[in-house]
Write a protein that binds this ligand. Sequence first.
Ligand SMILES: Cc1cc2nc3c(=O)[nH]c(=O)nc-3n(C[C@H](O)[C@H](O)[C@H](O)COP(=O)(O)O)c2cc1C
Length: 126
Amino acid sequence: MKLAYLSLTGNVRDFVEKTGIRSIEIHYNGPYEEVNEPFIVIVPSYDEMITETVRSFVQFGRNEEYLIGFAGSGNLNFDGDYCFNAKDLSTLFQKPLLYTFEFSGTESDVQHFKEELSHYAGAGTK
Ligand SMILES: Cc1cc2nc3c(=O)[nH]c(=O)nc-3n(C[C@H](O)[C@H](O)[C@H](O)COP(=O)(O)O)c2cc1C
């Protein structure tokens, strides 16, 4: 299993590095690449363009066939819009929202996120 992440100011990248899980970065302006194995997408929250960029990535090549679900990074001060991009993508692709965290996450967030992933061990979480 891999993580595919988008990060504009580095918080999501830091979180991904703390997990120690193999990853690829989704670049805001592309080009996109095929993951070719089960993966989870982690996105920050900004505006609709984040959803559109990740939608294009997921729909690139055969990526959607390998998509497990989403996680989101945000800021709770945004209240009802907290992690809205990850939530919208989860609805759009009918895949679970596995975890949300603020900024680059705490050690506890990393642990809980990895526990969620362990439910998908059959997809190669180790
Ligand atoms: C202009 C701007 C808009 C943001 N909008 C939201 C938002 O609507 N909801 C939310 O939960 N977080 C929002 N955030 C917080 C970021 O999503 C959060 O800091 C995230 O960790 C950034 O990840 P990155 O550093 O990997 O890009 C916003 C931050 C900025 C600077």
